[in-house]
Design a protein around this ligand. Structure first.
Ligand code: FAD
Length: 498
């Protein structure tokens, strides 16, 4: 069986590697000059910067994502760096200039936070237990088969903020616990509790970082595809899709090459996919409307910093800035009130020493902040946009000065990227950081099936289920099993374990 995968992001590469390993002839078509999507890196000021994969989890021996990597045979080639166990995350709350350090593991998490909130120790324990209970209702998280019907608890259907409030009475602690929403583009009264629980449980297991850039991991997955007879076409995206009788008959690339396969997998944003069909009615109207109407997660403004040599110490945890406890869930609606929070990290390199050369700051940002320039494209933006980017960087650097006095003096160069950059590089609607937003009020609608109304078209990637390292590899299993047969991969993964 030949399989064509549209898009060589994390989802396309994981799905392609699994299918290639299982004997399918895989062709990945990627529009950019480099594969990886969010795994891409870029060179600036003589340094390598990750674009969309700064902190990952599930990669310790025996963890879920690591087991998929073991099965694919890529684990030995991975260069990872564990963050500190006694401080995986450090949260600075600006309103009272307080820092909260969070430790790894169930006990570490409860102990570290109850150090700041002694009367909340029992509540914190119950909160952590409740998160593990929610995740236990998701068999795929533990790579278990879902042979029997799962009866979900009421917590599962809460919003993430309501879930925290249910277990934690202290308003300040609620704000602190919400910090992790920046890792999943969470919003109050939208993001479901299970998204918060999955991310938290995974990160309690210990976050990890790629050494020397996340693109190396994309290359490992690409090698699995190529070693098993597959190919990767770069710098030539899919321009159109032909269909007949509810089946795809072929795709044509921008350079005019026509490629044909038995099966097609889309790793691109579904709205981008819809625009590729030559017959706009190839998919039913109801389905098209649903894909077009679904809300997207917010985007991000990124600041990539190059430090002067030997002046800024490497930080082995992720740092978070929250302006106020009651703003932990607030996302600035416009440029005037932006930013209300952000996260920063120093990416490790081989033989990481005491000092770091670089830092990446990721600041949540709504599409509305850049909408006036939505008709501009890479390399052709107006001067006003460039001025605006400088102003944005200034606002964030002012706040970094609060945490690290004389921060600016240590900087050699600054590069910035906006939601427009994310839209243009990944082809993601509105530069959405994590694809479609999952909404607890309409869970069934905001979670997509990997199958579509076109019998030989399957979906993969962050828009189907969860985003990032916590979700996309798991969805790749579902996509692969829709093609190979139910439980096919899970059985293999569990055989390896036994
Ligand atoms: C700023 C930022 C920071 C992030 N940080 C983290 C993090 O620290 N940890 C984490 O786990 N997640 C993080 N994420 C989320 C993570 O990057 C994504 O969830 C993940 O990369 C999505 O993978 P994907 O395969 O679904 O999509 P993508 O990575 O978007 O891949 C889609 C691919 O399809 C290609 N494509 C688009 N159109 C076409 C076409 N017509 N033809 C061919 N190819 C096409 C694109 O070029 C792209 O390579 C971050 C995201 C952003 C934006």
């Amino acid at each position: 069986m030949n399989v064509i995968i549209i898009g060589g992001g994390l989802g396309g590469l994981f799905t392609g590697a699994i299918l290639a390993k299982e004997g399918k002839t895989v062709t990945i078509i990627e529009k950019n000059t480099t594969i990886g999507g969010g795994l891409q890196t870029f060179e600036r000021f003589g340094e390598t910067y990750d674009t969309g994969m700064h902190v990952i989890a599930g990669m310790h021996k025996g963890n879920n994502i690591r087991r998929i990597c073991d099965y694919l045979g890529v684990s030995d080639g991975m260069k990872l760096y564990d963050v500190d166990d006694d401080c995986t995350d450090s949260i600075y709350v600006a309103c009272d200039r307080k820092i909260y350090n969070v430790a790894r593991g169930r006990e570490g998490f409860v102990d570290s936070l109850s150090g700041y909130f002694p009367n909340q120790r029992e509540s914190l324990k119950r909160y952590v237990d409740a998160m593990f209970k929610i995740v236990d209702e998701m068999p795929l998280f533990y790579l278990r088969s879902a042979s029997s019907f799962i009866e979900h608890s009421t917590d599962f259907f809460l919003s993430a903020d309501a879930f925290i409030a249910k277990y934690i009475s202290d308003e300040k602690l609620r704000g602190v616990l919400a910090y992790i929403n920046m890792l999943y583009s969470g919003e109050s009264d939208i993001t479901p509790a299970f998204v918060h629980a999955v991310l938290s449980v995974l990160y309690l297991g210990g976050p990890t970082r790629f050494v020397d850039g996340s693109d190396k991991f994309a290359d490992l997955l690409a090698d699995v595809i190529k070693k098993n007879g597959g190919q990767i076409i770069k710098s030539d995206g899919v321009a159109s899709i032909q269909t007949e009788d509810h089946k795809i008959t072929g795709v044509t690339t921008k350079s005019g090459i026509r490629l044909v396969a038995d099966t097609y997998v889309s790793d691109i944003h579904p709205c981008t996919l819809l625009n590729l069909f030559e017959d706009p009615k190839a998919l039913p109207k109801l389905y098209r409307n649903r894909l077009n109407d679904l809300g997207n997660t917010y985007s991000a403004f990124t600041i990539n910093i190059k430090f002067k040599p030997n002046v800024f110490e490497y930080i082995n945890h992720t740092g978070f800035y929250i302006s106020d406890y009651d703003k932990a869930w607030s996302l600035a609606d416009d440029n005037d009130s932006w930013p209300l929070g952000f996260l920063y990290m120093t990416p490790p390199v081989t033989r990481q020493g005491k000092y770091t050369n670089k830092m990446i700051i990721t600041v949540p940002m709504r599409w509305a902040c850049v909408e006036i320039w939505e008709n501009s494209y890479l390399g052709h933006r107006p001067i006003e946009y460039k001025v605006w980017k400088e102003e944005c960087a200034k606002k964030v650097l002012d706040r970094m000065e609060e945490i690290f006095p004389s921060f600016r003096d240590k900087i050699e160069q600054v590069n910035t990227a906006s939601p427009l950059t994310i839209r243009d590089y990944y082809g993601v609607k509105n530069g959405a950081m994590c694809g479609y937003a999952k909404d607890y009020k309409q869970l069934q609608i905001s979670m997509l099936s990997v199958r579509t109304k076109i019998s030989n078209l399957f979906l993969t990637g962050q828009n189907v289920n969860l985003h990032g390292f916590c979700g996309v590899p798991l969805t790749s299993i579902r996509t692969s099993e829709a093609i190979l047969g139910n439980e096919y991969i899970l059985n293999k993964l569990n055989e390896i374990r036994d």
